[in-house]
Design a protein around this ligand. Structure first.
Ligand SMILES: Nc1ncnc2c1ncn2[C@@H]1O[C@H](COP(=O)(O)OP(=O)(O)OP(=O)(O)O)[C@@H](O)[C@H]1O
Length: 219
């Protein structure tokens, strides 16, 4: 199994005592599978994505990626995980202002030692960014920046794509096109996608759905 999340817990300190944001969450995600993560604001969706992406540590439970429990990883191993295995698309796009769109797209793949200009061009075409390749992030609209961030993540060919509302800033048609591209690319690359979305419509297009409520997965 590509991703195996077992009984993960995470507690944050709150004004009225500790808050059990995740109170024992378990699920699996295999190669080629897509999973929509839904739940009310504050239900712990971003927290869960951060844990799977190795950006934060759970208080309990195990997160196995390709059979290896990442919860015991040190900082170096977690950085390697994000460089080589897991790709994240968060709500902040974190594009590099001094690099043009083409170089932003290529950045992560180059960092991971997997540069592939043909794949980058294909991604730019699929995400409608061909005309923007020479531009800099500040010259782009929010939706264009979001598509560059998605292209950059997919360019590195991660086995697991984690996306936190990746189409949140986009109009309906563009959101649909971006999801089309992500699903197709995940399918072609045999990767897996875990995507937070508030859109029931987009969630319905994913292979399965995980609904978080009160720290647990609701049936
Ligand atoms: N670093 C932190 N310290 C303390 N509390 C936190 C921290 N990060 C998140 N929380 C709390 O944990 C809960 C879950 O937050 P999280 O961002 O995971 O929710 P979410 O489901 O992604 O929400 P949204 O849909 O609004 O993005 C919230 O109550 C939040 O205030």
């Amino acid at each position: 199994m590509l991703l195996d999340v077992r009984n993960v817990t995470k507690t944050y300190p709150g004004a009225d005592g500790p808050i059990d944001v995740l109170a024992g969450v378990s699920f699996t995600l295999g190669a080629g599978e897509t999973l929509a993560l839904t739940g009310e604001s504050g239900s712990g969706k971003s927290t869960l994505l951060h844990l799977v992406g190795g950006l934060d540590q759970p208080d309990g439970g195990e997160i196995l990626i390709d059979g290896r429990d990442i919860t015991g990883f040190d900082d170096g191993a977690r950085a390697a995980l994000r460089r080589d295995v897991v790709g994240v698309v968060f709500q902040q796009f974190n594009l590099i202002p001094s690099l043009n769109v083409g170089d932003n797209i290529a950045f992560q793949a180059r960092l991971g030692g997997r540069p592939d200009d043909g794949w980058n061009r294909e991604l730019a075409a699929k995400l409608g960014l061909e005309a923007q390749l020479g531009k800099y992030p500040e010259q782009l609209s929010g939706g264009q920046q979001q598509r560059v961030a998605i292209a950059r993540t997919l360019a590195a060919r991660p086995q697991i794509v984690l996306a936190d509302e990746p189409t949140g800033n986009l109009d309906e048609d563009t959101a649909e096109a971006v999801l089309d591209a992500m699903l197709r690319l995940v399918d072609e690359a045999g990767a897996a996608l875990l995507m937070v979305t508030h859109s029931q419509h987009l969630a319905a297009r994913m292979g399965a759905r995980l609904h978080l409520s009160h720290g647990r997965i609701a049936a």
